[in-house]
Design a binder for this molecule. Structure first.
Ligand code: AMP
Ligand code: TRP
Length: 280
């Protein structure tokens, strides 16, 4: 059953979305996948971040983009804090700008991750917009990269649910970020989504058969979990036994690699050298 559902989802989202969003403005092409249909996220009433999704034929690559048809795929996201700081700039965004010339790049604003802790809806909407503006201001180019809001692509949550059913609880309980954030938020009161946060992140990545994930060092453990989950699903639902049953066999998911920069992977706060910088 799970295998059938996974196959269905993967067939639908075999190609990455090419979105034009109302925040970003013009996008080059919209080879929209049937599975990855952006939609308004119901938890965010009043959101006007809907993608202007109309299918169109792929257009020629932007100048400066490698013409190779088999470019590796790079996927990454940042939470909508609406501000850039030395940490997420050096740890992630700066590297995206270099990568967009060589790789097939998808960069999104992870608004669904942002609701794992208490949030204010109007603030979140504003921050989502500002974060998109920051991407552009830093040099992420919508002619080279696909830029979108995570909640606009329903397949992220759909795959997350399927992956959750194959994720051992023990793996999630070990996550350092969960332990830290739940302690700060007062353990008993934290939402379950804070625990399952890494499964959504795995879904963000595995959905697009990603090769490389540029992140700061704090995300290394989540990336490791993503890799283990991909291998587990490939073992459980891939391979010859499924081919015999009419499936496509082989691996269902590509096992992605983390791309952690040699410098700037962990920028510490200037006021507290023991914790990572949060705000500029
Ligand atoms: P965030 O702003 O927390 O959503 O993080 C976005 C990206 O920036 C992720 O890839 C993080 O690993 C990276 N990042 C955030 N803070 C730091 C930091 N202090 N040092 C290095 N990378 C960071
Ligand atoms: N969890 C990451 C962070 O807090 C953000 C994120 C969500 C992400 N999904 C992702 C990063 C997929 C890379 C790929 O920084």
């Amino acid at each position: 059953m799970a295998r059938a559902l996974l196959s269905q989802l993967l067939i639908l989202s075999d190609r990455p979305p090419r979105f034009s969003t109302s925040i970003i403005g013009r996008r080059r092409d919209l080879t929209r996948t049937r599975g990855a249909v952006p939609s308004r996220f119901p938890l965010l009433p009043g959101s006007d971040f809907r993608c202007n999704c109309t299918a169109s034929a792929p257009v020629a690559e932007a100048p400066g983009v490698s013409p190779s048809p088999i470019r590796k795929r790079v996927v990454s996201g940042v939470q909508p804090t609406g501000s850039v700081h030395l940490g997420n700039y050096l740890g992630a965004i700066k590297n995206w700008i270099l990568l967009q010339d060589t790789y097939d790049t998808l960069f999104f604003i992870v608004d669904l991750h942002a609701i794992t802790l208490p949030y204010d809806t109007p603030e979140l909407l504003k921050a989502t917009r500002s974060t998109a503006a920051i991407y552009l201001a830093c040099g992420v180019d919508p002619l080279k990269a696909s830029i979108f809001v995570q909640s606009h692509v329903r397949a992220h949550v759909e795959l997350m649910w399927l992956l959750s059913s194959a994720t051992p609880l023990g793996w999630l309980n070990r996550m350092i970020q969960f332990k830290e954030k739940s302690r700060k938020a007062g353990d008993e009161n934290v939402g379950v989504a804070l625990l399952t946060y890494p499964v959504l992140m795995a879904s963000d990545i595995l959905l697009y058969q990603t090769d490389l994930v540029p992140v700061g060092e704090d995300q290394k453990q989540h990336l490791e979990l993503t890799r283990e989950l991909a291998e587990r699903i490939n073992y459980l639902y891939g391979g010859r036994k499924w081919k015999k049953l009419g499936g496509r066999g082989g691996a269902l998911f590509k096992v992605p690699e983390a791309l952690i920069p040699p410098t700037g992977a962990r920028v510490m706060s200037l006021t507290d050298g023991l914790s990572k910088v949060k705000i500029f």
